[in-house]
Design a protein around this ligand. Structure first.
Ligand SMILES: C[S@@+](CC[C@H](N)C(=O)[O-])C[C@H]1O[C@@H](n2cnc3c(N)ncnc32)[C@H](O)[C@@H]1O
Length: 269
């Protein structure tokens, strides 16, 4: 099974454990599960995904809605999805119209750590949820985690692919190294300047990441305006050494824990 789909199924199980989706209308943020999973395995009557094509351009990443086979609508046509049981909206969550038929649940798997200005977007999501409905979002790996920079292979102008392993960046480098220190580290490993510049941009400036730490998600959930809010941390990473944890806690007070790959937000409208 595709690796992306296998973790998404685990996250979907978390939603199903907390919410009977039978006959319900679900909004998926940052992707759209295959129809047989989205509708077939849940009994949901309607499953509408939303995904942002501009983001794929920025990341050069594989299109995460690649499993999708169904109606695709531009976000400007979102109201047409009121008559459909399965559709993918292309656009920003921010542009979701309030006139869309409200949802009974929101699901999101490994997308929240990429969504910019999440406060604003959560408030839009809250408006398209029926009162009392649940949002479950798993964000992973988050910025405060060892691999929070999501470093992907970079292709140079000659088509050569530079794999992140050759950069030998330490775990938590996004928090431990300044952009200049990261550039020096890579240059010392004979990585060409053009790749160094792309890597530093990716980690410290690109719109691919929202750079929210575990502690930021807790604060965000608390001020989100949802009637109930809960943030669960994923299991501890077992290679987190106490000395590095101490350095991170000193540098970024209130932003930890730093030894968790991700968080699961459950918010009730
Ligand atoms: C790493 S992908 C995850 C996709 C899929 N859920 C998976 O697990 O493979 C993150 C997704 O979030 C989407 N995304 C980021 N910001 C968004 C926004 N403001 N509105 C809608 N989708 C957004 C991107 O388009 C991207 O497809």
């Amino acid at each position: 099974m595709d690796e992306a789909l296998s973790y998404q199924l685990l996250h979907l199980e978390e939603l199903k454990r907390r919410c009977d989706l039978n006959g319900k209308s679900v909004l998926e943020i940052g992707g759209c599960l295959p129809r047989d999973v989205a509708l077939g395995s849940t009994g949901a009557r309607r499953w509408i995904g939303i995904d942002l094509p501009d983001y794929w351009k920025e990341s050069g990443d594989e299109n995460p809605s690649r499993f999708y086979q169904g109606t695709i609508l531009d976000i400007d046509q979102a109201e047409q999805a009121n008559d459909l049981d399965y559709a993918l909206l292309l656009g920003d969550v921010l542009a979701l119209p309030e006139r869309i038929e409200p949802f009974d649940a929101v699901f999101s798997s490994c997308a929240f750590e990429h969504i910019q200005d999440l406060d604003k977007r959560l408030s839009v999501i809250r408006k398209v949820l029926r009162p009392g409905s649940l949002l479950l979002a798993v964000a992973m790996p988050i910025w405060s985690s060892p691999h929070g920079s999501h470093m992907l292979p970079i292709t140079d102008e000659n088509g050569r692919i530079w794999h992140p392993e050759s950069f030998a960046l330490p775990d938590w480098h996004q928090l431990l190294l300044t952009p200049d220190e990261m550039a020096v580290h890579m240059t010392n490993r004979h990585i060409p300047d053009s790749i160094v510049r792309k890597a530093v941009h990716w980690v410290h400036e690109s719109l691919y990441l929202n750079r929210l730490c575990a502690g930021d998600y807790v604060a965000l959930a608390a001020r989100s305006g949802f009637s109930e809010h809960r943030v669960l941390y994923s299991d501890r990473v077992d290679w987190a050494d106490p000395q590095t944890m101490h350095v991170l806690e000193t540098l970024y007070p209130g932003k930890g824990p730093f030894d968790r790959a991700g968080v699961m937000l459950t918010l009730r409208a």
